[in-house]
Every structure is written in C-alpha cells, then in structure tokens.
Design a protein around this ligand. Structure first.
Ligand code: FAD
Ligand code: UDP
Length: 388
C-alpha cells in the first residue's frame, strides 16, 4: 500500500488534515468514510423535487471569530452574507431569540428601556448568584430570572436533552447570549455566512487534490477492506476521527450521546414560517424546532410554490444511532479519562474531531483544531521522518 497517511472520517476535521498534508507536505493521503458521502455531518444535498439545499444532519451555520480559520475556509468557498436569526413559539405566540429587549418587552407587555429591563431581570434573577449556579436551571435563572426561564428555557431544554435541567451542567446555557438591546443576531462572531454553492461543493474542493484518495462506504473496523485498523496501526500514521469508545472496543465503557430524528416534508406553499428556524418552547409540541431550508439562501432562485421543512426531535442515542451531541455525565467523564490514557499509549494514531475527542465542536472548531494538530503534531512527525 503506497500511502503516507490514513485519515478515518471525511468530516471537516479529517479533510482539513488531508488537505494540509497533501498540499503543504505533498503526502499521499487516503481518507476513508463508512458513509456513502463525503463531509461528515456538514453534508448537504439538493432535495430532488424542489432543488432546495437540505442539510441532511440538521441545519449547519458557519460562524467564527477565528481569523485564520475564516481565511482557510475562503480557499475553498465564498460565503453569502447570511446572518442567523431564530424565533421561538411559546403559548401560541412568537418571540425573538436569543432573549433580548424585544423578547423581554413582548413577554412582560412593556416598553422598558435597556436600564429598566436590566433592573427588572436583576431582581427576578436574584434567587441564585451566577457564580454559585450548580446546574443549568440555576445558571439560567441567575441570568434571566424565573419567569423567562420557565417560558423559553425549561421545557425546551427538557425536550432537547430528555433530562431535567437541574441535572444538566451550567455550561450548556452559557452559550446563549442575553441582550438588553434589540439585536437578535444569534451568534456574536464577527465572521458568518453560508457557502455560496453549498456545503458539499466546499467539502469536495477540500478533497480535490491529486494526492488525496477518498474511499466511501469503507468502515475502518471492517477487516475485509484494505484500510482497516489491524492493517494500518503501526505501519502508517493514522488520524482517526470516529468514536473513541468504538476504537478501543468500548473497554472504558460506552460514552453517551444524544441523537436527532428528522422528519422532512415538501409542502405546497412558497413560505411556511417566514424564517429559517422556529423553536417550539412548550412540551405540548413534541419537536424542538422546524427548519425551513429555503430561507438560508434568499439569494437563490428556488421555486415560489413549494418549500422544504424539517421537524427535529431529540432522544438518547443507542449504539446503532448517529451520535450527535456528547451528553457528558459524570460517568462519561470518568470513561473519557480511561480513553485518554489508552489514546496516549496508541503510537502512530492521532485522535481528533467531535467523535474522536468526545467534544461538541462547531465546524470552525473542528477546522481550527485540525489546523493545530497539523502544525504541532503532523508536520514535526513528517519532517523528522524526512531527516531519517
Ligand atoms: P463528523 O462531521 O462527524 O465526521 C466524522 C466522520 O467519521 C463521519 O463522516 C463518519 O461517518 C466517519 N466515521 C466514523 N466512524 C468511522 C469508521 N469506523 N470508519 C470510517 N469512517 C468513520 N457546527 C457549526 O459550526 N454550526 C452549526 O450550525 C452546526 N450545527 C450542527 C447540528 C447538528 C445536528 C450536529 C450534529 C452538528 C452541528 N455542527 C454545527 C457541528 C458540525 O457538524 C461539526 O463541527 C463537524 O461535523 C465536525 O466535524 P468532524 O470531522 O469532527 O466530525
Ligand atoms: N435553549 C433553550 N431554548 C431555546 C434555545 C436554546 O432553552 O429556544 C437552550 C437549550 O438548553 C440548548 C442551549 O440553550 O441546549 C443551547 O442552544 P443552541 O441553540 O446553541 O443549541 P444547538 O443549536 O446546539 O442545539
């Protein structure tokens, strides 16, 4: 086998490694993926009836404050000026997210100024101090007070995580900004946009190099195919981006994940909900949100009489489901320590990406950490070999 580097997984992590290794070091790289398409969870495809680009594994919004990552991404795609905004349906009424002055004034039927709203929320939030908050519920109440928490966070979070918010870590909610002005941009990052010709075109350009071979439908643990674990470890450097517990045959225990079920529908209307994402805050609705994909690309010529929507449901993953969000219970953290120990003893294999590190990584984080691994681990490894 004439290969310098094997990459397991063709998501953003694996492809960033492969692209750098091929372009900068001239290495021959084989990327394998057990799925029948490239791109991991960022994969998207046109829905056949309407031509509307659908993100197959849930809506993917690219945003970052990491300039080198933004510049690296521009090598493969241009970005639209898309800025993400989300609304939420609570009690049959629609409110803007993240919680901002518009949400607060609509909820309290008031016209508070920023200072008045701040004073009101400070009073309602005084039940818990932010520093002492021991779980998601306490943290959220310390940030926005109980009435807003009960309306917009408690039931949505319970639906999304299938866990009482009092048993979830406080960090989960720290992602969500609270603003005392009318700014309802979902993300704070300075760089944001969607790939002009879609995620798959972007991803395919990353793999489009004469030194990169991609083999799809190829599972690393299937010994009937050439690039498998037994044949490669110790013989050729490997970057593995699949689930870490699977790699070690679950000997440190099974890590827990949430998965999502998607219900996609083509509807005979030009516009179903007027916005790309509508959250459903209440338990009376079983799904957490509805995505309407046409709104991600208002610049495209999509049909005006049809639209594609996707309802999103959340549940615990079994071993056969797609692992989406690491749950990170105390037990998981213990297992992870075992796996970290096993990883460091696995010579010639580097573990990366969302599944390989059991960390929730956004796309820009997956790309950023792959660039760092390339600079700090792979380049020194291959330059030491060249000297030998
Ligand atoms: P993945 O994309 O998961 O790729 C790993 C690949 O490894 C997969 O293709 C898998 O098939 C392959 N693999 C696994 N095991 C094997 C094996 N045994 N043999 C061969 N191949 C194997 N990020 C954002 O920035 N913005 C968003 O809005 C956003 N929304 C998201 C929504 C959802 C529902 C999810 C799940 C993620 C979202 N993300 C978002 C995160 C984004 O998908 C990840 O950052 C990105 O996919 C990470 O890339 P990765 O390469 O680490 O992993
Ligand atoms: N959240 C909520 N209500 C909402 C939106 C978010 O309670 O309408 C909480 C929920 O606990 C969620 C967290 O905020 O897990 C982070 O939200 P985000 O939109 O970042 O979640 P993701 O898009 O990653 O699913």
């Amino acid at each position: 086998m004439s290969v310098d580097l094997v990459v397991v997984g063709s998501g953003f992590f694996g492809l960033t490694i492969a692209e750098r290794a091929a372009s900068e070091l001239g290495l021959k790289v084989v990327v394998i993926d057990r799925r029948n398409h490239i791109g991991g969870n960022a994969y998207s495809a046109a829905e056949p009836e309407t031509g509307i680009e659908v993100h197959q594994y849930g809506a993917h919004l690219f945003h970052t404050s990491n300039k080198p990552v933004w510049e690296y991404a521009q090598k493969f795609t241009r970005f639209t000026g898309y800025q993400h905004r989300v609304y939420t349906n609570h009690g049959g009424e629609v409110y803007p997210l993240p919680i901002n002055l518009g949400t607060i004034n609509q909820f309290f039927r008031a016209a508070y100024s920023p200072d008045e709203a701040r004073a009101l929320i400070a009073e309602q939030a005084s039940e818990f101090s932010s520093g002492d908050a021991g779980n998601l519920e306490e943290k959220a109440i310390s940030l926005i007070g109980r009435p807003l928490y009960d309306a917009f966070i408690r039931d949505y979070t319970a639906k999304q995580w299938q866990t009482d918010p009092r048993n979830l870590p406080a960090e989960v909610i720290a992602r969500l900004p609270v603003r005392y002005n009318y700014d309802n941009r979902y993300f704070n990052d300075p760089f944001e946009g969607l790939p002009v010709d879609g995620y798959t075109a972007w991803i395919e350009r990353m793999a489009d190099h004469p030194n990169i071979e991609v083999r799809l439908g190829t599972d690393y643990f299937d010994e009937d195919q050439e690039i498998n674990k037994a044949a490669t470890v110790g013989n050729v450097p490997v970057v593995y981006t699949g689930p870490v517990d699977r790699y070690f045959d679950y000997q440190g225990g099974e890590l827990s994940w949430r998965t999502l079920d998607f219900e996609q529908e083509v509807l005979p209307v030009g516009d179903f909900q007027g916005i790309p994402v509508m959250n459903y805050a209440d338990t009376s609705v079983p799904y957490t949100r509805i995505h309407e994909f046409r709104h991600f690309h208002p610049e495209r010529n999509y049909p005006t009489d049809k639209t594609v929507i996707m309802r999103e449901y959340s549940r615990f993953a079994t071993r056969d489901d797609e692992p989406y969000y690491p749950i990170n219970t105390a037990e998981d953290r213990e297992s992870l320590l075992t796996y970290r120990g096993l990883q460091s003893g696995e010579s010639g294999v580097l573990f990366g990406g969302r599944l390989g590190t059991y960390k929730y990584l956004d796309m820009h984080m997956a790309i950023g950490s792959a660039l760092t691994m390339f600079e700090n681990k792979l380049k020194p490894l291959f330059s030491a070999r060249a000297i030998k």
